[in-house]
Write a protein that binds this ligand. Structure first.
Ligand SMILES: Cc1cc2nc3c(=O)[nH]c(=O)nc-3n(C[C@H](O)[C@H](O)[C@H](O)COP(=O)(O)OP(=O)(O)OC[C@H]3O[C@@H](n4cnc5c(N)ncnc54)[C@H](O)[C@@H]3O)c2cc1C
Length: 384
């Protein structure tokens, strides 16, 4: 059976790595980029995503590149600690929460995909049925027939657009900027966040650097065409206005590597996870996109990818549609629940007005932030 995966990201590479191990199907991955390049951000990885690395025999490589995150702290705009969550309970129950760069995660997944499976520089445009097969048109005019298409082409999925048209995005009104700051900025095992009005600052430890994320309302967001210095200067100005103590944090505005990276804070949800008579599966952000607020999008793409590879490994040409249908049933409720949690958390983390921020900060003194991530915790009890 011919399986074409669109997108060599977290989800697509997981399917390719696991399916090509069984050798049953003819698997091709189409990736629009010319190759893998350095991504300017890190990932908080839950055990439910990390376990995929064990399944592909790369668990030790992942752990070598990651740090174990032991504490999660939320602070107010004055820098005062509102709550500190000891993550050792999570660790004991399910496994470690890791901090690892996206670049390292992708490169390890890539190492588990046999040579020749990924075709770089191939941008998929649309899909339609042609007899019993899915016919895909590429940007270069080429067409390709497959029994199953896995659309793993991310938040801006062209395949989703060709199937469902433009899907209304879920907007937060904020832009997030990320960069690498020196390790001395914070403790190496502690995620620290500062929730202020019109200013969110997050510090996420990785092996070599601290991944800084600063989110501000779109109208205050710097011009992405500016230099790194100009972007940081504008962000510092915004944060200083709303959370002056946080803006004064030593080393916060020092770039240790790369340059600031912009991520508009929105997500999407496709009307369905399957299409064209269950011959197309929308995997990861292409089907259910994630805000980075709960740090769970990558884990979902990895875990859903593993579940899809498992179902497809049980099927042939005649039973593949049933496999895709089963997969969709298994994952849909879980990924929707996790996406809802991420959206809920975004409402608490990114608020514009001082009065709303003060209320949330008061709430944070008494309500554990994990109360807003119930579905994520529960999903660790429910293997796909
Ligand atoms: C700044 C930031 C911070 C984040 N932090 C976290 C975090 O801490 N924890 C977490 O779990 N998640 C986090 N996420 C979310 C996580 O990165 C995504 O949910 C995850 O990468 C989704 O995986 P995916 O395979 O669906 O898509 P992606 O990993 O985005 O991969 C999509 C791939 O498809 C390719 N592609 C796109 N269009 C086409 C096309 N038409 N044809 C061919 N190829 C195409 C792209 O080049 C890319 O390689 C963060 C995201 C961002 C942006």
């Amino acid at each position: 059976m011919k399986v074409t995966v669109v997108g060599a990201g977290m989800g697509g590479l997981t399917v390719a790595a696991l399916l090509s191990r069984t050798g049953q199907h003819d698997v091709t991955v189409l990736e629009q980029a010319a190759g893998f390049h350095e991504a300017g951000y890190g990932i908080g990885l839950y055990p439910l995503g990390a376990m995929v690395y064990n399944a592909i025999g790369r668990g030790h490589q992942l752990r070598d590149k990651a740090v174990v995150l032991k504490t999660y702290e939320v602070h107010g705009p004055d820098g005062k600690l509102l709550q500190s969550i000891d993550l050792s309970g999570l660790l004991a129950a399910y496994g470690p929460l890791l901090g690892v760069t996206r670049t390292d995660m992708i490169s390890i997944l890539h190492s588990a995909v046999p040579d020749g499976v990924i075709q770089f520089g191939c941008r998929a445009q649309s899909v339609k049925m042609a007899g019993d097969q899915v016919s895909m048109t590429l940007e270069n005019g080429r067409t390709l027939e497959s029994d199953i298409v896995v659309a793993a082409d991310g938040m801006h999925s062209a395949i989703r657009r060709s199937l469902f048209g433009e899907v209304e995005p879920h907007l937060t009104g904020f832009d997030a900027w990320m960069w690498w700051a020196p390790l001395r900025l914070t403790r190496p095992d502690t995620v620290s966040e500062f929730w202020g009005p019109s200013a969110f600052v997050g510090l996420y430890p990785m092996r070599e650097f601290i991944n800084v994320a600063v989110a501000v309302p779109k109208e205050l967001s710097p011009n992405p065409k500016g230099s790194s210095e100009e972007i940081l200067h504008a962000l510092r100005h915004s944060v200083a206005k709303h959370a002056p103590k946080v803006a004064e944090m030593p080393d916060l505005w020092e770039i240790a590597a790369g340059k600031p990276f912009l991520w508009p804070m929105f997500d999407v949800r496709a009307p369905a996870l399957t299409a064209l008579n269950d011959r197309v599966a929308l995997l990861g952000d292409a089907g259910v996109g994630f805000l980075p607020t709960a740090g769970v999008g990558a884990s979902n793409a990895l875990r859903s990818g593993a579940a899809l590879a498992y179902e497809l490994s049980l099927s042939d040409k005649d039973s593949a549609q049933a496999a895709v249908r089963r997969w969709s049933k298994r994952v849909e409720k879980i990924v929707h629940g996790n996406q809802n949690d991420s959206r809920q958390l975004a409402k608490l983390m990114m608020v514009k007005h001082a009065s709303a921020s003060a209320l949330i900060n008061l709430l944070m003194k008494y309500m554990p932030v994990t109360a807003t991530t119930n579905s994520i915790i529960k999903s660790m009890e429910e293997p796909f």
